[in-house]
Each structure stands twice: as structure tokens, then as C-alpha cells.
Design a protein around this ligand. Structure first.
Ligand code: FES
Length: 103
């Protein structure tokens, strides 16, 4: 029987698709579009800024969007999804969005 547990992070969760699909399939994947590095940079920024108890960054498998460019990011608890180009400017945007909530 499932057992309820208390979430380790109280405020926000950011899911980043890091799925890496074999390029020979011809279908894009967030991992090929920088999703893995984007997630790693977000996690590092959360730690460096002392936000570890406020924002949790989690890598996921495919979230069924599979954009040709960028990676899928989802913000919880709002359930807001974005396709984001994996670059430092957008790392800042995603972090700010995660901290502030929906604007
Ligand atoms: S590979 Fe990221 S949504 Fe499918």
C-alpha cells in the first residue's frame, strides 16, 4: 500500500526534460537540445544561491512534447509548462520564475 511522505521541498519544483533519444530515430529530444546541461546548471545555481530548501530541480524522461529546439520545463505546483532554449539567459529566467511563481 502506498505510504504518504512529506515533500522535502516546500515551495517550488522545476521539472526539466533530459530525455536523450537515439538520433537515428529522426525524432528530436530535449537531451539533444541541451536539456541535461540546462538541468545541471539550474541545480548548481539553486545550491550556490542557497535556494535548496525552496526550489527543487528534477530531470525527467520524455514529457511528450519533444521540441525540435529547446527543452521542456514544467513549474509546480502551478503545472505551467514552457519550451525553453537551453542558454544562460534562460537559466536566470527559469530560476526567477520558479522563485517568484506565476507572474
Ligand atoms: S524528449 Fe523532452 S519532451 Fe520528449
Amino acid at each position: 500500500m502506498p505510504r504518504a511522505v512529506k515533500p522535502p521541498y516546500a515551495l517550488r519544483q522545476v521539472l526539466v526534460c533530459t530525455n536523450l533519444r537515439d538520433p537515428s530515430t529522426g525524432k528530436p529530444s530535449c537531451g539533444m537540445n541541451g536539456g541535461t546541461t540546462f538541468r545541471e546548471h539550474l541545480k548548481k545555481a539553486v545550491k550556490e544561491r542557497g535556494l535548496k530548501g525552496q526550489v527543487m530541480v528534477t530531470g525527467t524522461s520524455c514529457m511528450d512534447y519533444c521540441p525540435a529546439q529547446g527543452c521542456v520545463v514544467a513549474f509546480y505546483p502551478e503545472n505551467e509548462w514552457q519550451i525553453v532554449d537551453a542558454n544562460p539567459e534562460n537559466e536566470e529566467r527559469v530560476l526567477a520564475r520558479a522563485i517568484a511563481g506565476p507572474g
